[in-house]
Ligand binder design. Structure first.
Ligand code: F6P
Length: 543
């Protein structure tokens, strides 16, 4: 039976067919906070401004129950090959499992994971303490992370989020793109004699990364590094350790993770080495512990009290029953500026699927377009569309209750940030009616005719679904819990949609064509069999 034919789905469709009261009414629902405010692992989720009432909430929970979420979750946590098209387990949670007495994935694997984490942490300490030296004998001062997608977005985001803990001894740089401008911009700031390169690639076959690694090697050679000393200024982070060693990376500087860690879920592995160096191994372990706390909550909490389940169900309601095509993530904490970009890969590469697990094309919407940026900057850029445009854009607003920036006026700054977060949550959800607008314009002294003329342009329809996510303060543990919360939200949404969340076949066609195009450009050739449009473009480039 197709998902859309299931009674639980049809019950929701029936509820969606009867328009709910406006959020400015729904926020007065008795006992709303009892089911729509949840907290766990240091995160508070407030979805009282989502366009649901208790009846919809109960029907959404019934959908989750019907999808067998708990059984699917337990299968993943038990290490079953839930990544069915690649025949792999999905066990990024094992990377933060800590020394649990009896992890479901087996104590031998836990020992291996802990050992590899210790290796990476020890290496990070060695770099931070100046015990890793460049070809001139001076301590490493620059670490350049070469990687793309999940091998870049996680470390880059976490290093910025934890910048308050940044090491003064070592500067972190990130290069993801094969455009030489990005590598050049970093190399201009670095000193060849004190620069260490991380080549981060799960497969160790990603051309975008390997071309940067080759140019980095040439840069060292061009700047006086003896050929035999080049490998000492590289470390490889990969699930393909054999290939890295075969390509000349020093085995003691090859850090491995496993094929059951998806690229977009690999921050918790040695891919997080830039974070271990920038913020320190202690902070990285706190990140893992925060994620572990959310894992434990996800594993144990009943569906009705489960934060990832609640977020996923709001997402399903907005996507499938309110028809919202996108999901905004707007942090009101500046160090989280890169979180939306990280969540784009996590969610869209997981849920951007059109075929269900049985191979049938789905007859319902799946993954939303995830986008966003810092909320306060967005208010001065694109929030106009959220308030008065023609798209319904559900918004996750992320705030911290406390701000620990050591500036005298930090508290006043933070109050302004909080005031804007609260204002946007209220304005987006409750809006301002035309009558209220007329009153406001008249109170501002506008003559009645002018007020009547302007009122339609200054009315706020509201009814935009908003979730608030509160961290007590932004630290490694709360960051870990927040990321894990979104990871498990993605899992639950995909499980309900019945799609495979842990493969990404959609990236392979572009890669194959790019490889052919690269060969044509290198040979200045335009193949006869190429379609005329592509041929014309290629011809314009090969001269
Ligand atoms: O092409 C998509 C992708 O495979 C992502 O899933 C992955 O994070 C990225 O490319 C980088 O892959 P790798 O870490 O193997 O270089």
């Amino acid at each position: 039976m197709r998902l859309t034919e299931r009674p639980a789905w049809r019950a929701l469709a029936a509820l969606a067919a009867q328009p709910l009261p406006h959020l400015r009414e729904l926020v007065h629902e008795p006992g709303r906070g009892d089911y729509a405010r949840l907290s766990a692992a240091g995160i508070e989720l407030d979805f009282t401004r989502q366009r649901i009432n208790r009846a919809v909430h109960d029907a959404l929970l019934a959908l989750a129950q019907d999808a067998g979420i708990e059984a699917q979750r337990d299968a993943m946590l038990a290490g079953e090959p839930v990544n069915a098209t690649e025949g792999r387990a999905v066990l990024h949670v094992a990377l933060r499992g800590g020394a649990d007495a009896h992890p479901p994935w087996g104590s031998q694997l836990a020992v291996e994971i802990d050992a590899e984490l210790a290796r990476a942490c020890d290496f990070a300490d060695a770099v931070r303490e100046g015990r890793v030296r460049g070809f001139g004998g001076a301590p490493i001062r620059h670490v350049v992370s070469l990687g793309i997608g999940g091998s870049d977005l996680g470390p880059r985001m976490a290093c910025e989020a934890l910048a308050a803990h940044a090491s003064d001894a070592v500067r972190l740089h990130f290069v993801s793109n094969p455009d030489p401008a990005q590598l050049y911009a970093v190399l201009r700031q670095a000193d060849p004699a004190t620069t260490l390169f991380f080549v981060s690639s799960k497969t160790f076959t990603t051309h975008d990364t390997l071309i940067n690694a080759a140019s980095a090697r040439q840069w060292l050679l061009d700047h006086g590094c003896p050929a035999q000393q080049v490998p000492a200024q590289f470390a490889a982070i990969t699930a393909n350790a054999a290939r890295a060693v075969a390509e000349g990376y020093l085995p003691q500087q090859v850090f491995r993770f496993w094929d059951w860690v998806g690229g977009r879920y690999s921050l918790w592995s040695a891919i997080g080495l830039p974070v271990m160096i920038a913020a320190g191994p202690h902070q990285f372990r706190a990140l893992l512990d925060g994620a572990h706390a959310m894992d434990t909550h996800f594993r144990n909490a009943p569906l009705a009290r489960n934060l990832p389940v609640a977020m996923a169900l709001c997402g399903i309601w907005n996507r499938n029953f309110l028809g919202a095509p996108t999901q905004l993530v707007a942090p009101y904490a500046a160090p989280l500026a890169k979180l939306p970009a990280y969540l784009q890969q996590q969610d869209m590469e997981s849920c951007g699927k059109r075929v269900d697990a049985s191979g049938r094309v789905v007859d319902h919407a799946t993954g939303a377009i995830v986008w966003g940026g810092l909320g306060l900057d967005g208010q001065h850029a694109y929030f106009q569309l959220l308030h008065q445009g023609t798209h319904l854009v559900p918004a996750d607003l992320i705030g911290t209750r406390r701000c620990e920036v050591p500036l005298p006026q930090a508290r006043t700054h933070h109050q302004l940030v909080l005031a804007n977060l609260l204002a946007q949550a209220s304005a987006l959800s409750c809006g301002r009616t035309q009558d209220e607008t007329l009153i406001a314009l008249s109170a501002a002294g506008l003559p009645p005719r002018e007020a009547a003329r302007l009122a339609p342009h200054r009315t706020f329809p509201g009814n935009v679904p908003v979730s608030l996510l509160w961290l007590d303060t932004l630290d490694a543990a709360s960051l870990g819990a927040l990321i894990a919360l979104y990871e498990h939200k993605v899992f639950v949404q995909a499980a309900i949609w019945g799609i495979h969340a842990y493969d990404q076949w959609g990236v392979e066609l572009g890669k194959a064509i790019a490889s052919d195009m690269q060969a044509c450009l290198a040979r200045c050739e335009v193949p006869k069999e190429m379609d005329p449009v592509a041929a014309a473009t290629l011809a314009s480039l090969v001269g």
